[in-house]
Design a protein around this ligand. Structure first.
Ligand code: S3P
Length: 443
């Protein structure tokens, strides 16, 4: 089944200029990590700007069920941590809904605790591969009942975890993070070697909480080492705006003539900004203004003006730094002059949906010539006819990418279900409407 029982279809109408200043909600990756590391620290961690979307709220419920209450207090969130190794046996299953990050990072933490926990998720998450995380965690001493490799599954942790050195076979921040978080609870030094740099929020935040963590160049990539059995202390965390959410507003302003939008306080950590680099190569007028540091991460205000874009080739090595932005880049590429070719997209097939197939099909349904060639997506530019109903497959980013595409097409672009937008960006529709976009229920 491609959507929930209460699917809510929506369509975007052709927009006139989008104008204004906006703020997007907190970064999803950093929000998950703040709750989890807060739980592993002793005492109170206070988090401002936490993303209050379903994925992150599920992580908050999980740490609460493990004995580390997370709740909102006067506009900020706080977690009362019980120190590394401090989780207690939960009395219920832990439900991560739609979130791969939530469940995979939590598997890392649970691996180092003497608990037996059943992990569940929705139909999308239950199809996604967990072996990539479970394989190293098994090496460290965790057990999975019935050797399952997809949810639902029961993980049995160990308070006597073995430190390992692990070379990640896929470029994945979730795999790296799960092993590093397990390493926190292991007795000795755990090292992850990654060939291609992926987002480094776990490393930055571990450091912020007082962990002993080192990085060194190794084999053309990077070795990241964390020392186990440390004490982390509760801290204040400031969560910057999510560049992956800002990408939808940015793309909308580029598509709609005469638009000018500024998005304030967005994370611009270079492990996350491949999309913006690509836009510049396409000829987009996108500027990072007021660059500054906040809470150990670089942030900026992103100013974007409608631009005539040209097609480009996006190299495979850029994929990790823009992995969540390919659907919206493809939507944008449909408006560019000439072809855009995106290479090295194997990982897109195992996201909340098979994003490679979902994106190509959605484009074709709306009169855009697009094709998948092995791990590449090729989109012919020249404009969008619209008029199609796109299957979102329980995937928030597919829904948002195609609604954005519809802001520039002659006929509306519809998506079959917008309910999953609330997993990462509940404010999407409201923010877009404030800038001048219009959506309606398809007839
Ligand atoms: C994330 C890592 C990426 C990304 C996801 C968030 C993270 O997944 O797609 O949205 O917070 O670590 P992979 O690790 O599977 O590439």
């Amino acid at each position: 089944m491609s959507h929930s029982l209460n699917a809510t279809p929506l369509q975007a109408l052709k927009a006139r200029a989008l104008k204004g200043i906006a703020r997007v909600p907190g970064d999803k990756s950093i929000s998950h990590r703040a709750l989890m590391l807060g739980a592993m620290a002793t005492g109170r961690t206070s988090i401002s700007g936490l993303l209050e979307a379903e994925d992150v709220l599920n992580t908050g419920r999980a740490v609460t069920a493990l004995g580390c209450p997370a709740r909102k207090v006067k506009g900020s969130w706080e977690v009362i941590g019980r120190g590394v190794g401090g989780f207690s046996q939960p009395s219920q299953d832990l439900d991560f809904g739609n979130s791969g990050t939530g469940v995979r990072l939590m598997m890392g933490l649970l691996a180092g605790h003497d608990v037996r926990v059943r992990l569940v998720g929705d139909a999308s998450l239950s199809r996604r591969p967990m072996r990539r995380v479970l394989a190293p965690l098994r090496q460290m001493g965790a057990e999975v009942e019935d050797d399952k490799e997809t949810l639902p599954l029961t993980l049995k942790g160990s308070s006597d975890l073995i430190p390992i050195e692990y070379a990640t076979p896929v470029p994945s921040a979730q795999v790296k993070s799960a092993v590093l978080l397990a390493g926190l609870c292991a007795n000795g030094e755990t090292t992850v070697v990654e060939r291609e740099a992926t987002r480094d929020h776990t490393e930055r935040m571990l450091r912020h909480f007082g962990a002993d963590i080192r990085t060194a160049k190794r084999d053309g990539g990077m070795a990241i080492t964390v020392c186990g059995d440390v004490e982390l202390e509760g801290r204040n965390v400031i969560v910057p705006g999510d560049p992956s959410s800002a990408a939808f507003l940015t793309a909308a302003a580029l598509i709609v003539p005469e638009s000018e939008v500024t998005i304030e306080g967005v994370l611009v950590n270079e492990t996350r900004t491949g999309f913006y680099m690509t836009l510049r190569e396409m000829g987009a007028d996108v500027a990072f203004l007021n660059q500054r540091d906040e809470g150990g991460e670089p942030i900026a205000d992103i100013r974007v003006r409608h631009s005539r874009l040209k097609g480009v080739r996006v190299p495979p090595e850029r994929a990790p730094s823009m992995i969540d932005e390919y659907p919206v880049l493809a939507a944008l590429a449909a408006y560019a002059e000439g072809e855009t070719r995106m290479d090295g997209l194997a990982e897109l097939k195992v996201k909340e949906s098979d994003r490679l197939a979902a994106t190509a099909t959605g484009l074709q349904l709306n009169g855009v010539s697009a094709r998948v060639d092995a791990d590449s997506l090729i989109v012919a530019g020249g404009g969008v006819r619209g008029g199609g109903m796109v299957a979102t497959h329980m995937d928030h980013r597919i829904a948002m990418a195609f609604l954005v595409m519809g802001l520039g097409s002659d006929r509306p672009v519809a998506v079959d279900d917008v309910t999953y937008v609330s997993t990462s960006f509940p404010e999407f529709r409201g923010l877009m409407e404030k800038l001048g976009a219009a959506f309606e229920t398809p007839k």
